[in-house]
Design a protein around this ligand. Structure first.
Ligand code: FES
Length: 151
């Protein structure tokens, strides 16, 4: 009888150990798979790119800048600073320009209008809730830098 209990106890612990190993193994596998799907701890890193000097742009003027990846942006000197917005309209990809007298970024293709923050305020982009991508700027002295996401 006591020998039978010892065997049952051994069997119980063996089964417990086996299931513990199975749960641990599959649990770790699932954890690594989730970590693969959703990379945690990956910070978006930015680097500064020189975009020009404030001396090169009067208030109301704008110029085109190109990032190392080939994207083009409109850098506009606004009354309160500098704005750098994507030149490509999110509606159908036409080129946007800055209209200083209205203080807007305008897409001539279908009349898309964007404010200085890049938010659409009229036209098809407004109807679709689309915005222009905006690059953050850093101004040191008279030099303007834009922050570019590192790949
Ligand atoms: S492409 Fe700009 S509004 Fe249509």
């Amino acid at each position: 009888m006591s020998e039978q209990r010892a065997v049952d106890r051994r069997g119980f612990f063996a089964t417990l150990l086996m299931w513990g190993g199975v749960v641990l193994g599959y649990g770790l596998g699932a954890l690594f798979f989730l970590k693969y799907l959703v990379p945690m701890g990956l910070k978006v890193r930015y680097r500064e790119m020189y975009a020009g000097s404030l001396d090169d742009l009067e208030v109301g003027q704008s110029k085109k800048i190109r990032t190392p990846s080939g994207e083009t942006f409109v850098m506009a000197r606004t009354p309160d600073g500098v704005r750098v917005l994507s030149e490509i309209c999110p509606h159908l990809g036409c080129r946007v320009h800055y209209e200083a007298e209205k203080k807007i970024f305008y897409c001539p293709c279908h009349g898309g209008v964007f404010n200085a923050e890049g938010t659409a305020t009229a036209g098809p982009p407004y109807d679709a809730g689309q915005s222009l991508e905006r690059l953050r700027t850093v101004i040191r002295g008279r030099a303007v830098y834009v922050l570019i996401k590192e790949a």
